[in-house]
Design a protein around this ligand. Structure first.
Ligand code: CA
Length: 564
């Protein structure tokens, strides 16, 4: 039960938001080169060149055939004789949009990028092309893609435009030189926003108030270490969860991204410096301040003496077995690993708070662009608007707010992700936030008619059951609930515009590919040794070495890539 609950919510919260399908758009019966340039020539359907009324889901008659390539997730399953070429999505495209998709090749995920690069260098491009950002940029620079700026404006449905507007930073990563060169596979960045979780039952026992500042957190961590918060008369607890991967921003349990953000520090991310150029976060002076604080915490036994050899799983064990009371984590942590602690210890209570600041400047938490792939249109393709229609169709079928919402396009019995039969994914960044807002409204007023999606109803039901004493339903309350929930905090960050994105996304630059692994290793070693007690001067030495050993060149390349 516990497992299946966790699996289900995980699959809804995380899997749904992390499954990307890949494909592409290429040329085929596009030999009739001539139409190429004029972006406004949109043959193929009911377009007369009057100011016609555009139907975002208008059907091509007769049916058009478009080629594409795609990758296939190893876990993808088909039922009732369906195949990648013939399933609910391909039939929907053909029957409702008049678009027949022909895959020129399908490869497993793991081979996708290699196959893609070979195809691109051979110039053998289909009509529709799913590509990562680097290849998108290359194709655009080689003038092989349709500029979609106008067709997007003209054809994108209001729901598609709304999704784009929910996260303009991510949507705009598909723009090159200000022109929209692809449709980004949109998703949510909320899963990577730092949230601080702490043991409220321990705090209560020790007479500590809710932490508002980094100093409060450090005092709490010290009390959790020294004042026997579990009351067993043994010196067997410590303050802050920390793994050997504490610098990795995505580390789900034992990462310290939120801690660093509280010091206005952004290790392993790219930020704008005061002159507006992109700079590597790990070499900024704020990181030094945070490392000095960690060094002191280590010396005082407030972080785990063994952190340098502990992987995520080992830190999870400590959290679950009441050894540690502060976790710099994310919104999904109630499912992993806090629920196991909650179930095992009936006194345990975890509360989320915003990332506190070390000084009088507000802490600005960092997230990252969730878009991995982009769908672009071959310049020779006669139907660039077809991609927009396919995107409209996707949202029309899978968005529960749509009148044409059809669960059969999403999942089979909540298990298989039918969604990924579509090579275009365009998921609403605010889906989970909206779920929180609707649930909150229903909890406040008792009016359940504000709950729209099946997920919202399910999570609302779980929260009611939790309120009636069903402890295993706690994650729904901790993530989506009325007060002290993760999304309550995320919503405040967003309302206050108090959020920053890692300025780097996509494939590594050339020198990154060549040197970043070595530089990362050095960074992790030096920073870890500083925490363990090495002189802080090692930080300055690391910075100058980093620059010399490729960092300056990488910085140059990053600035070239992301220059407007
Ligand atoms: Ca104890």
């Amino acid at each position: 039960m516990k497992k299946s609950l966790a699996m289900k919510v995980i699959s809804l919260l995380i899997a749904l938001s992390m499954l990307f399908s890949l494909t592409a758009c290429g040329s085929k019966d596009t030999k009739e080169e001539t139409t190429s340039t004029s972006t406004s020539s949109v043959p193929g359907e009911n377009t007369s060149d009057t100011e016609e009324i555009v139907d975002p889901l208008g059907k091509y008659d007769p049916v058009i055939e478009l080629t594409a390539w795609r990758s296939q997730d190893a876990s993808m399953e088909f039922f009732d004789g369906d195949t990648i070429d013939n399933n609910i999505w391909t039939r929907g495209w053909e029957n409702e949009l008049g678009i027949k998709i022909k895959y020129v090749w399908v490869v497993p995920d793991t081979q996708f990028e290699q196959k893609l690069n070979v195809a691109i260098s051979s110039g053998d491009l289909p009509d529709l092309m799913v590509v990562p950002s680097k290849q998108l940029k290359d194709l655009a620079e080689n003038d092989q893609l349709h500029d979609l700026t106008e067709v997007y404006e003209k054809y994108a449905s209001p729901m598609v435009k709304d999704i784009s507007n929910q996260d303009p930073v991510s949507f705009n990563t598909a723009k090159i030189g200000g022109r929209l060169m692809a449709i980004p596979c949109m998703d949510s960045s909320h899963g990577q926003i730092p949230i601080l979780w702490y043991r409220a039952d321990w705090a209560k026992k020790l007479g500590l108030n809710e932490p508002k500042t980094m100093q409060d957190i450090i005092a709490m961590a010290e009390a959790f270490t020294k004042n026997d918060p579990d009351g067993n008369n043994k010196n067997d607890t410590y303050g802050i969860a920390m793994s050997k991967n504490f610098l990795i921003p995505t580390e789900a349990v034992g990462g310290l991204k939120g801690f660093f953000n509280g010091f206005h520090a952004y290790p392993k991310a790219w930020i704008k410096d005061s002159s507006g150029n992109l700079a590597y976060g790990s070499i900024q002076p704020e990181v030094k301040d945070a490392l000095l604080q960690l060094q002191k915490l280590y010396k005082d036994g407030i972080i785990d003496k063994e952190f340098g050899v502990k992987d995520t799983a080992k830190v999870v064990e400590d959290v679950v077995s009441d050894k540690v009371g502060i976790l710099f984590g994310f919104m999904f942590n109630p499912l992993y690993p806090l629920l196991d602690n909650i179930n095992q210890n009936l006194d345990a209570e975890w509360i989320p708070v915003p990332i506190p600041s070390v000084d009088d400047r507000l802490a600005v938490p960092m997230t990252s662009v969730p878009v991995v792939n982009y769908c672009a249109v071959n310049k020779d393709c006669k139907y660039p608007e077809a991609l927009i229609k396919l995107t409209n169709f996707y949202v029309d079928k899978i968005d529960p707010n749509s009148p044409n919402y059809d669960i059969n396009y999403v999942t089979v019995e909540g298990e298989s992700i039918i969604l990924n039969y579509s090579f275009i994914n365009f998921n609403a960044p605010n889906k989970n936030l909206q779920m929180h807002l609707n649930i909150k409204e229903a909890l406040k007023t008792g009016d359940e008619s504000v709950l729209i999606t099946p997920e919202e109803k399910t999570n609302y039901g779980r929260i009611l059951r939790y309120q009636q004493g069903e402890r295993p339903q706690w994650p729904a309350a901790a993530i989506f609930g009325l007060e002290t929930s993760a999304f309550e905090i995320i919503h405040k960050y967003i309302q206050n515009n108090n959020l920053i994105y890692d300025a780097f996304y996509g494939a590594p630059t050339d020198t990154m590919s060549e040197k970043m692994a070595t530089l990362n290793q050095r960074e992790e070693e030096v920073f870890t040794r500083i925490v363990l007690g090495d002189p802080i001067d090692e930080f300055d030495k690391f910075v100058s070495d980093w620059k010399k050993l490729g960092g300056d060149q990488i910085t140059k390349e990053v600035n070239e890539r992301f220059a407007e």
